[in-house]
Write a protein that binds this ligand. Structure first.
Ligand code: GLY
Length: 571
């Protein structure tokens, strides 16, 4: 109580009367909520690759809706951006179905095979074996992406898969000019690709990485996609493709079975919804940690008016909220079909009230003082795209093969690189994974269990504007999406939201990763004096956002300016 009083009095002292970062550029929300049921009448798509965005529009022009367009975008990304996502990986989707005014969450996350053995991820001396966790078939979970696309077509789309997968099949067969990110990823992973002849055959044509701007083809992936288009689930999870996957995985020391493939199921889950200063945020539930963490952070921050704070104190309170949410992430979260999680507590405003009281107004809280429970490169992996169609259907999809080019293992004849998502489990309790995240029993590997994700595909509904938002970035997905949401709430347009400078704290290590330019010199000095260790970090994720302004009924789409090749487009 005393602490609360002191905190309130001091907070008033920090209020300097600055308003939201974009308020001068963009009109303030009206007090009258516009009806969400209004149709935009045109569509917006933002993705990490122009060919994928155009594939989405191609399918819309054939009479498809946002869900058909999502199938076209995701499958084209599997071909043109395999370093980030693809048929050998999985995705999570937060969606709004306009006709029924319903929000749904699709979990097409990878699952551990039945024969998973934690010892496979340990060296003889008991230390974590980073190679089996990240490279080769033992690092791969059973893919969810193909089943997720079939599910979208069957339950939400208007077109057959033969139509929605057609752009990807054409691009894989006829070829495309790889961008600098794909060429860079293949160069970076060349030695790993050379370990498996089928991987080298696809990604090192003539024994070398493809050349930026020269046509690159993947006819095997075109065939795999055709099987999926023709036979649906059984085109990947049984039959010819499944046989090729099992034979190749076994020959290279993996443990998948045909039953692991045929028993894979997409799960529909209830999205997490959180209210923050008049905005409703619809986001990812477990087995993503993203939505729980974003909700917890926003619940803590809802006790403040960030728009009235100077940059130092705004950053301070946001970092302290991030720190507390990541502590809980490490301790409690896992696959909801396997672990009981105290979600009622974690999502409760009362819990957030308690956590807020522990934030000192003028000092960083060392993570070591909070309780038990590490940051790495957010890199060129995972991808996010956002779609709003003419009817107001919305799709927010984050899709991944985990680390750059996943396991780098391609099953002979499939053209598909398998994920290395097993590293997202807490393979060794309290030892950091590739993103420096720690984990506990809740996220230990078990047969059929889905590994915890940070993917946070989100939809934000405000009084007048709606945003479809998400980002790649490993553990920084959560904080990048959070900062994008805050920039949107501050009045940012799509370009401003994706360009907004970012910072990240994940409890351990106890450092604030800062994008150069996020803080001016005076802010950096003030935060350092308050006890923060600031560390410059590059690169940051590839955010793709579509915003619907329901006052003017205009769409606005933007792709992250940090990297070339993305495209946000409205038509
Ligand atoms: N593989 C990254 C994530 O799911 O968080």
């Amino acid at each position: 109580m005393k602490l609360a009083l002191r905190w309130h009095v001091l907070l008033i002292g920090f209020v300097l009367g600055t308003s939201g970062a974009f308020a001068a550029d963009n009109p303030k929300p009206s007090t009258q909520a516009a009806p969400l049921a209004q149709r935009p009448g045109h569509a917006g798509i933002a993705s990490a690759n122009a060919l994928a965005t155009e594939a989405g529009f191609e399918v819309l022009a054939k009479g498809g809706n946002a869900f058909d367009a999502a199938i076209a975008v995701a499958s084209t990304l599997s071909v043109v951006e395999p370093e980030s996502s693809g048929m050998g990986g999985g995705f999570m989707a937060t969606m709004h179905v306009a006709a029924s005014d319903r929000n749904v969450f699709i979990d097409a996350r990878e699952a551990a095979p039945a024969a998973v053995n934690p010892k496979d991820y340990l060296n003889p001396d008991g230390t974590p074996n980073r190679d089996t966790a990240l490279k080769g078939p033992l690092s791969a979970g059973i893919p969810g992406e193909p089943a997720g696309l079939v599910w979208l077509a069957k339950h939400y789309g208007k077109l057959p898969l033969t139509e929605s997968l057609a752009p990807a099949i054409r691009t894989a067969r006829d070829g495309f000019k790889p961008d600098s990110r794909l060429v860079g990823a293949i160069q970076e992973e060349q030695q790993n690709l050379e370990r498996w002849p089928a991987s080298a055959a696809v990604y090192l044509p003539n024994g070398k990485p493809p050349v930026e701007g020269e046509i690159f083809r993947n006819p095997d992936q075109a065939h795999t996609l055709e099987q999926l288009a023709q036979y649906g689930d059984s085109g990947f999870y049984s039959g010819e493709t499944a046989q090729k996957l099992i034979e190749a995985v076994h020959a290279a020391g993996g443990n998948w079975t045909l039953k692991d493939l045929s028993s894979y199921r997409v799960k529909e889950r209830t999205p997490i919804t959180v209210d923050y200063h008049g905005y409703q945020i619809i986001t990812a539930p477990p087995p993503s940690s993203g939505g729980v963490a974003i909700a917890e952070i926003l619940n803590i921050l809802s006790g403040f008016d960030l728009s009235q704070m100077d940059q130092v104190h705004r950053a301070h309170y946001v970092i302290e909220a991030m720190r507390r949410a990541f502590r809980d992430h490490n301790d409690y979260l896992g696959d909801p079909d396997f672990v009981k999680m105290p979600l009622d507590m974690l999502l409760s405003p009362y819990y957030a009230d308690g956590l807020r009281q522990t934030i000192l107004p003028d000092r960083a809280t060392p993570s070591s003082m909070l309780a038990p429970t590490s940051g790495q490169d957010p890199g060129m992996h995972t991808t996010h795209f956002s779609i709003i169609d003419a009817d107001g259907n919305m799709v927010s999809i984050t899709s991944t093969v985990n680390y750059i080019l996943g396991s780098t293992f391609v099953a002979q004849g499939t053209g598909v690189v398998l994920n290395d998502e097993m590293d997202d489990f807490a393979l060794v309790p309290n030892k950091p994974n590739v993103y420096g995240l720690l984990g506990s029993k809740a996220n230990a590997p078990e047969p059929g269990k889905r590994m915890l994700s940070s993917m946070s595909p989100s939809i934000v509904i405000g009084p007048d504007r709606t945003a479809v938002i998400g980002s790649p970035g490993g553990s920084t997905i959560i904080t990048q999406v959070l900062e994008g949401i805050l920039a949107f709430i501050d009045g940012g347009d799509a370009q401003q939201v994706v360009a907004h400078k970012r910072f990240h704290h994940q409890f351990m290590p106890d450092v604030v990763n800062v994008e150069p330019g996020a803080f001016d010199a005076a802010t950096s000095e003030a935060l350092t004096r308050m006890g923060y260790t600031l560390k410059n970090r590059e690169p940051w994720g590839f955010m793709n956002v579509v915003i619907w302004d329901r006052r003017s009924n205009k769409l606005d789409a933007a792709s992250d300016p940090r990297r070339p090749d993305g495209l946000g487009k409205v038509q």
